[in-house]
Design a protein around this ligand. Structure first.
Ligand code: NAD
Ligand code: UDP
Length: 324
C-alpha cells in the first residue's frame, strides 16, 4: 500500500512516517520545508519504500501515481507563524487542502486531515467534546489558523457529500516531543531552549492557563487508528490530563537543570497574556476511547524526559559539527 503524508518533514510528520515505514508501507512525503526540516526525513531516505517530494501543496501537485491513503498534515502549527504569515496559512488550509482532496478523489484514496483543538477557539465549556461548536474570533491574530482549520473540516465534508471522498478528521490537542524545531515557538520547545541556554522561561499570562500535552508517539498512534477505523466524523486526539502552563515551565526547568548538572533552575518571567490565547483547554476523549480503543499512554514526566534527552543530544551533535 502507498501512503502519502503531506507535511511529512514536520514534527508529527516525522513520527507518522516512521510508524508507516515500520509497518511496511510505501510512503511518499509532500513538504516545502516551510516549518519542517530536511533533517526530519534524512534517515528515511535510505529506505527503498520512501520518496520525498519538495513541493508546496498550494500549487499544482506533482504526479505521484496511485496512493491509497493520504494523511494531510501540511500546515504551520506554531502560533508564532500565525502573525507572520496569515494569508499563506489560510491559502494552505483552503487551496492546499482542496488540492489534496482532488488528489484523493482522483486516486479513490481515503484522506485524514490533521485538524485541531483550535477549532474550539477559547472554549466556554470544559472539557471540549466533538459536539462543542467553539468560541472562535474570526478576525483575531489566531483566526488564520482557527478558521483555516474549520474551513478544512467543512471542505472535507463537502467533498464527502459531493464526490464520495472518504474522510477522517482528527482534532489534535497539544502534542510535543523529539523532532520539534528548537525555535518552533510553541511552549515545550521554547521552555527547553530557554532552560538549555540559561535564559529565563517566558510564560504569557499568570501561568494558570491550562493545556493537556500528549507525547508525539501517542498522537500518531491515534491518527493511524482513526485512518483505519470506520468512524468518519471528527474525533479528539489528545491527553485529558490538564496542567497549568506555569507548572509545565517549572517541570521543564527542573528536568533540564538535572540533566545538565546545574545546581539551580532557570527562573520564570511572566509577560501579558497574548490576544485570544485560550485560557483553558481539555479534550473529552471518550469518543476516541470508544471508537478507536485509543488513549494516550506516555505520561508527561516520561515524555518530557525523553524530549529533553533528544534536544540535549541534538545540541551535542550541533556543537560537534560546528567544531568539525
Ligand atoms: P510542523 O510545523 O512541525 O509540520 C508541518 C509541516 O508541514 C512542515 O514540515 C511544513 O514544512 C509543512 N508545510 C506547511 N505548509 C506547507 C505547504 N503549503 N506545502 C507543503 N508543506 C507545507 O507542525 P506539526 O506540529 O507537525 O503539525 C502537523 C499538523 O498537525 C498540522 O496540520 C497542524 O495544524 C496539526 N496539529 C498539530 C498539533 C500539535 O500539537 N503538534 C495540534 C493540532 C493540530
Ligand atoms: N506559551 C508561553 N510561553 C511560550 C510559548 C507558549 O507561555 O514561550 C503559552 C501560550 O501562550 C499558551 C500555552 O503556552 O498559553 C501553549 O502554547 P503553544 O504555543 O504550545 O500552543 P497553543 O495551545 O497556544 O497552540
Amino acid at each position: 500500500m502507498t501512503v502519502l503524508v503531506t507535511g511529512g518533514a514536520g514534527f508529527l510528520g516525522h513520527h507518522l512516517v516512521k510508524l508507516l515505514l515500520e509497518e511496511g508501507k510505501e510512503v511518499v512525503v509532500f513538504d516545502n520545508l516551510w516549518t519542517g526540516s530536511a533533517k526530519n526525513v534524512r534517515h528515511f531516505e535510505q529506505h527503498l519504500g520512501f520518496t520525498f517530494v519538495h513541493c508546496d501543496i498550494r500549487e499544482r501537485l506533482p504526479d505521484v501515481g496511485h496512493v491509497e491513503q493520504i494523511y494531510h498534515l501540511a500546515c504551520p502549527a506554531s502560533p508564532d507563524r500565525f502573525e507572520e504569515s496569515p494569508v499563506e496559512i489560510l491559502e494552505t488550509c483552503f487551496q492546499g487542502t482542496k488540492n489534496i482532496f482532488d488528489l484523493g478523489v482522483k486516486c479513490g484514496a481515503r484522506v485524514l486531515i490533521a485538524s485541531t483543538s483550535e477549532t474550539y477557539g477559547d472554549p466556554l465549556t470544559s472539557p471540549q467534546s466533538e459536539q462543542y461548536r467553539g468560541n472562535v474570533n474570526c478576525f483575531g491574530p489566531r483566526s488564520c489558523y482557527d478558521e483555516g482549520k474549520r474551513i478544512a473540516e467543512s471542505l472535507a465534508y463537502a467533498y464527502h457529500h459531493k464526490h464520495g471522498l472518504q474522510v477522517r478528521v482528527a482534532r489534535i490537542f497539544n502534542a510535543y516531543g523529539p523532532h520539534m524545531q528548537l525555535h518552533d515557538g510553541r511552549a515545550v520547545p521554547n521552555f527547553i531552549s530557554s532552560a538549555m541556554e540559561g535564559h529565563s522561561i517566558v510564560v504569557y499570562g499568570d501561568g494558570n492557563s491550562t493545556r493537556c500535552f500528549q507525547y508525539a508517539l501517542d498522537c500518531v498512534e491515534g491518527l493511524h487508528r482513526l485512518m483505519n477505523s470506520d468512524h468518519d466524523l471528527p474525533v479528539n486526539i489528545g491527553s485529558d490530563v490538564e496542567m497549568p502552563i506555569g507548572l509545565i515551565a517549572d517541570m521543564v526547568a527542573r528536568v533540564v537543570a538535572e540533566k545538565m548538572g546545574h545546581a539551580d533552575c532557570v527562573d520564570v518571567t511572566f509577560l501579558p497574556q497574548r490576544e485570544d490565547d485560550p485560557t483553558q483547554r481539555q479534550p473529552d476523549i471518550g469518543l476516541a476511547k470508544r471508537v478507536l480503543g485509543w488513549a494516550p499512554k506516555i505520561e508527561l514526566e516520561e515524555g518530557l524526559d525523553r524530549t529533553v534527552n533528544w534536544f540535549l543530544a541534538e545540541k551535542v551533535v550541533a556543537s560537534g559539527s560546528r567544531r568539525a
